[in-house]
Design a protein around this ligand. Structure first.
Ligand code: NI
Length: 416
């Protein structure tokens, strides 16, 4: 089970804070571009420089970093590496921008390498105070023109704490590195603002699209499992069940959830599942104006495209609420309206057993089964649903595979 990216980042940043709050920050900030000349933190730094500042002196804005939510439209992947001997915990962000990722990753790898070299064999076996490397990151500047990331390195060794920091600045639209002294970088540090989504010309992340089904649903018993309202904190666990069961499914995502869990959404796409639109914020579309319906569909299509690289072709209107106006809007957005014929009522019962029983009892050939991946009780039902339906001879396909070529604006409850 994996927490969402944002909470992960928060945990991460608070971890850095804990690490930093016990000593003064002897910060060395170097602009990207001087990488080869960057001096590494040296274990010979006098302990007095560390202990002389009053506790609490370092817990300012500069140590804390900016709210990672300012990264807004910029996709962030957080990598973590840990070793027990020697103790290292290293975590750094990747942005899907080749030059930036290369610079940051290179710095991180060099830091790990230098640490291992400097402190090789200095830790006594079984002694708690062996050398330790803690490397974390924080956001130090954000604007549509410049993003600043500080990589903070803390080394504990021989009773000495050595801290250093190095910043990397880049243009989020072009992916080019910027000097820390540039006007854009300084403005982004002085008055941070939300990083705008990258321009439409930016290549979306490449993902493996769902393969054409080898299954002919006209000849064999097919069923489509569908998961609504995510992605959420339980979605990664669901993905692991689907992977183990070799099952392709369909996820009807909310735009606001994709925004909160962009990495999970991307993982769903990478695993080859189909992604459909469930609107931005789960409003009954039949109550909305034509313009608002268009925005609900268009905004969600865009964020799915941006974060997963997938162009959705299906709409599942919240509550199944649809009418001629909604279907016309769906047609304009090139989306077929995918409803369901098996409602497990998992959202109501919140019972794993009842969800399993419904899915196994109500499914017929060509069924579309409605489940919600935002409930842990529902996700827990999935392994038994897969086993049970497979035992009854069903093949698992995505909704598009089940329906063949669903027509934009047309309403479907099941195959046939
Ligand atoms: Ni829903």
């Amino acid at each position: 089970m994996r927490a969402g990216l944002l909470s992960f980042v928060v945990i991460l940043l608070s971890g850095v804070l804990v690490a930093c709050s016990t000593s003064a920050t002897d910060t060395v900030v170097l602009a990207a571009g001087t990488a080869s000349a960057a001096p590494q933190a040296s274990p010979s730094v006098a302990p007095s420089t560390v202990a002389s500042t009053a506790p609490g002196a370092v817990t300012g804005q500069s140590t804390e970093g900016l709210d990672p939510q300012l990264l807004g439209g910029l996709a962030v992947e957080v990598r973590t590496r840990s070793t027990f001997k020697p103790r290292t915990h290293v975590t750094w962000p990747l942005f899907g921008l080749a030059t930036v990722d290369h610079a940051i990753s290179g710095h991180v790898q060099r830091s790990r390498h230098d640490f291992r070299k400097s402190y090789a064999g200095t830790g006594k076996k079984g002694v708690a105070q062996g050398p330790e490397l803690n490397l974390g990151w924080r956001l130090v500047g954000a604007s549509p023109n410049a993003v600043g990331i500080a990589i903070d390195t803390v080394i504990f060794a021989g009773g000495t704490t050595t801290e250093s920091s190095r910043s990397f600045w880049f243009d989020p639209a072009t992916g080019h590195l910027l000097p820390a002294t540039s006007t854009e970088a300084q403005a982004a540090a002085a008055s941070p603002t939300l990083v705008a989504p990258t321009s439409p010309s930016t290549t979306p992340p490449r993902v493996r699209q769902p393969r054409r089904s080898q299954v002919n649903c006209a000849k064999v018993k097919c069923v489509a499992l569908t998961f609504d309202d995510g992605p959420g904190p339980d979605t990664e666990r669901l993905l692991s069940y689907l992977r183990k069961g070799k099952v392709r499914a369909t996820f009807f995502m909310l735009g606001q959830q994709v925004k909160a869990y962009p990495k999970v959404a991307k993982d769903v796409a990478r695993a080859g599942h189909e992604i459909g639109v469930h609107t931005w914020d789960h409003q009954d579309l039949t109550r909305l104006s034509k313009a608002d319906v268009a925005a609900e569909l268009g905004d969600t299509v865009r964020i799915i495209g941006k974060d997963t690289g997938v162009t959705p072709t299906l709409l599942r209107p919240p509550y199944g609420a649809t009418n001629a106006r909604v279907e016309a809007a769906a047609a304009r957005a090139h989306l077929a309206v995918a409803l369901w014929d098996v409602d497990t009522l998992d959202w109501k019962t919140r019972s794993t057993q009842a969800t399993i029983a419904s899915a196994l009892h109500d499914t017929r050939r060509g069924s579309i089964v409605l489940i919600h991946d935002i409930h842990a009780t529902s996700v827990a039902a999935v392994p038994a649903i897969i086993r049970g339906l497979r035992h009854r001879g069903y093949r698992f396909v995505t909704v598009s595979q089940l329906l063949g070529h669903p027509k934009p604006g047309k309403k479907y409850f099941r195959r046939g």
